[in-house]
Design a protein around this ligand. Structure first.
Ligand code: GCO
Ligand code: MG
Length: 411
């Protein structure tokens, strides 16, 4: 049985951070990889796969991608949710990897071929104050980035998520890592009024230094109420942002109506969404400009492609999530999809560490500000078991945030 799934392995490793990977092998030895990493809740997806999905996969026809997706989504009865959708995504991407290898082509060719030469990527500049931030922007430009996300500390706030606490780390970049290897989540603090006063002054300084042309992005990380987000969007209009991301938590999609009525700052949302339903009102009412989902957390290429096609009807473009917690397998999947679809917008890039890249050998490249998935057959990523053995799983938590009176806040 050439096409039958003969082996399904759930691989957990921590080369500087935790990753969960699904590896499927066909009867004739074709190997497919899928990313199942859910930052800070990794073992839940590993168990979902190993205990509940792997037994269903053995013997199935690896060529039947859509059918397998529908089977996993509907047969569980309990639909949606980050754990379920990350598990389905891993299976889906592994099957696309296998199908492209069977076809003898890089995956983007199977998805319709390249719609562009490369994928514009944005990097993460941050600083504890404005001079440090300007320096970080400069370093990113030196590394080839042509679009930059800008995050800074806020006066009166002790620690702000998304701002590197050390000025230098891997590759001389100003990096931050979303999850930390700590027994309890690190507690950060927050003050929305101080933030709303401060951020326009930061963008004013960045524009004054780097001019009007450089695409600049900002992540509100779900912290604002709708009226606060509307106010921020308005106050940032003079600085012509590429996007304002996650301005509200958006479980309530209607919140974006209020923001949209007040500002022309483009809005991006969706890194924590996991199905097309999360975007339904946002797309139909044209409340957003960019879809932020990742292949890894939105049910794979099969599902995210449908969302991208739906978005295209409203001239909404993609800006797929690409932090370090999307593994090189998940990133490769995003790049193949982004290269193939017409309504690609931009791709987030937080470069992986050298240890991560020892475990995941990827053909992806980043040159002149543009990402490309490479020309290897399939996804173009190999998993090195020997390298992975040196990096066992270590518990890690994302941080949490409290207001100054002690109230737990969105972060
Ligand atoms: C981003 C993000 C990330 C997430 C992280 C959570 O825009 O890249 O907001 O930093 O917080 O991926 O796991
Ligand atoms: Mg974000």
């Amino acid at each position: 049985e050439r096409d039958a799934i003969a082996r399904a392995e759930v691989l957990v490793a921590s080369p500087d951070r935790n990753f969960v990977t699904l590896r499927l092998t066909t009867g004739d030895g074709l190997v497919g990889l899928g990313d199942a990493t859910l930052n800070g809740r990794e073992l839940a997806v590993a168990s979902y796969l190993a205990d509940h999905v792997v037994p269903l996969l053995l013997g199935r026809d690896a060529q039947r991608i859509e059918d397998t997706w529908q089977f996993l989504y509907r047969s569980a009865y309990w639909r949606r949710g980050p754990v379920t959708m990350a598990a389905i995504a891993a299976v889906d991407v592994a099957l696309w990897d296998i199908k492209a290898k069977r076809a003898g082509m890089p995956l983007y060719q199977l998805l319709g071929g390249a719609s562009r030469a490369g994928l514009m990527a944005y990097g993460h500049a941050s600083g504890r104050d404005v001079p440090e931030l300007l320096d970080s922007v400069r370093r990113h430009l030196d590394e080839g980035f042509r679009s930059i996300r800008v995050q800074t500390s806020v006066p009166g706030v002790r620690t702000v998520y998304g701002v590197a606490s050390q000025p230098t780390s891997t590759g001389g970049r100003y990096d931050y890592e979303p999850a930390q290897r700590v027994p309890l989540p690190v507690e950060e603090d927050w003050d929305t009024r101080a933030y709303l006063r401060h951020i326009p002054t930061v963008f004013e300084a960045v524009r004054a230094e780097f001019g009007p042309g450089l695409p600049l992005l900002h992540d509100g990380h779900h912290r604002m109420r709708p009226i606060e987000a509307a106010k921020l969007g308005k106050s940032l209009e003079p600085y012509d942002l590429f996007w304002l991301e996650d301005c509200t938590p958006a479980e309530n999609q209607e919140a974006l109506r209020l923001v949209r009525q007040h500002t022309t700052t483009p809005l991006a949302i969706g890194e924590v969404f996991n199905t097309a339903w999360d975007y339904q009102t946002l797309l139909r009412e044209q409340l957003i400009d960019y879809v932020r989902g990742s292949v890894t957390h939105t049910g794979g290429i099969t599902a995210l492609r449908k969302i991208a096609d739906q978005a295209a009807m409203y001239q909404v473009r993609t800006g797929f999530h690409g932090p370090t917690d999307i593994s090189p397998v998940g990133m490769a999947a995003a790049l193949h999809l982004g290269l193939a679809i017409h309504n690609f917008g931009i791709q987030e890039l937080m470069p992986h560490s050298a240890h991560t890249l020892e475990v995941f050998r990827t053909s992806c490249t980043f040159t002149g500000g543009y990402l490309h998935p490479g020309e290897s057959v399939g996804l173009g990523v190999d998993y090195d078991d020997e390298a992975a053995a040196a990096f066992p799983y270590e518990p890690a938590y994302l941080p949490t945030t409290r207001l100054h009176d002690g109230t737990v806040h969105d972060w």
